[in-house]
Ligand binder design. Structure first.
Ligand code: B4P
Length: 192
């Protein structure tokens, strides 16, 4: 089974993807994690994306699609969780074509619904927790970057809701509950 986790920044896509990896043995493909790895490794591409990510803007389709293409060509899995990808209509089209070329499909698209106030408090909370624990704070976990991340979501990513709804693939899950409650709701969608 291949699934997409869709939702605004801080909706819990990464949190829920990690749980699905543990419970269902699926492989998580997080473009956010891939881009952060590239940034930390100081590659040419990493240096290009670092500023874009810190601002809260979206990295170019070309770079992100390239990262996913490479993973799909090299990683074998019984199912992929696309976490934070696709984020634009061009990425959605590219993913459909990449999977089709491998005889695969997307089986479900789960949209995590969370309102802006809660998103802000989660992201600011994560930054505060990291600071208190003496851990590095994500460069984009601050209110200024978050405003840009939310604008990018509503402008560039939210059209995917209609795109997948029209294909009969979209399921909506209330992302406001506890992490465990959201896990249960996602499991119910995947089992149905
Ligand atoms: P991502 O790494 O994808 O991060 P995100 O969308 O901000 O967060 P996510 O929804 O995964 O929330 P999380 O579980 O961490 O993207 C970062 C950046 O990378 C983007 O802004 C962009 O620049 C770039 N990028 C990534 N993919 C791209 C693409 N395809 N195209 C272009 N650019 C791309 O949860 C957040 C916090 O909430 C955590 O502290 C968590 O513990 C907490 N939380 C989660 N669920 C909760 C719940 N139910 N209750 C309470 N707290 C909860």
């Amino acid at each position: 089974m291949n699934i997409i986790l869709l939702g605004p920044p801080g909706a819990g896509k990464g949190t829920q993807a990690r749980h699905l990896v543990e419970t269902r043995g699926m492989v998580q493909l997080s473009t956010g994690d891939m881009l952060r790895e590239a940034k930390d490794s100081g590659t040419e591409m990493g240096n290009i994306v670092a500023d874009v990510m810190a601002r809260g803007a979206l990295v170019t389709d070309e770079i992100v699609i390239g990262l996913i293409k490479e993973k799909l060509e090299t990683v074998k899995a019984k199912g992929f969780i696309f976490d934070g990808f696709p984020r634009t209509l061009a990425q959605a089209d590219a993913l459909g074509q990449l999977l089709e070329s491998q005889g695969e499909t997307i089986d479900a698209v789960v949209e995590l619904e969370v309102n802006d106030d809660v998103l802000v408090s989660r992201i600011v909370g994560r930054a505060e927790e990291a600071r208190a624990a003496g851990q590095p704070v994500r460069a984009d976990d601050n209110e200024d970057s978050l405003k840009i991340r939310l604008m990018a979501y509503y402008k560039q990513t939210s059209p995917l809701i209609g795109y997948y709804y029209a294909k009969g693939m979209l399921s909506r899950v209330d992302g406001l509950g506890s992490i465990e409650a959201v896990q249960g709701d996602i499991s119910a969608v995947l089992d149905s």
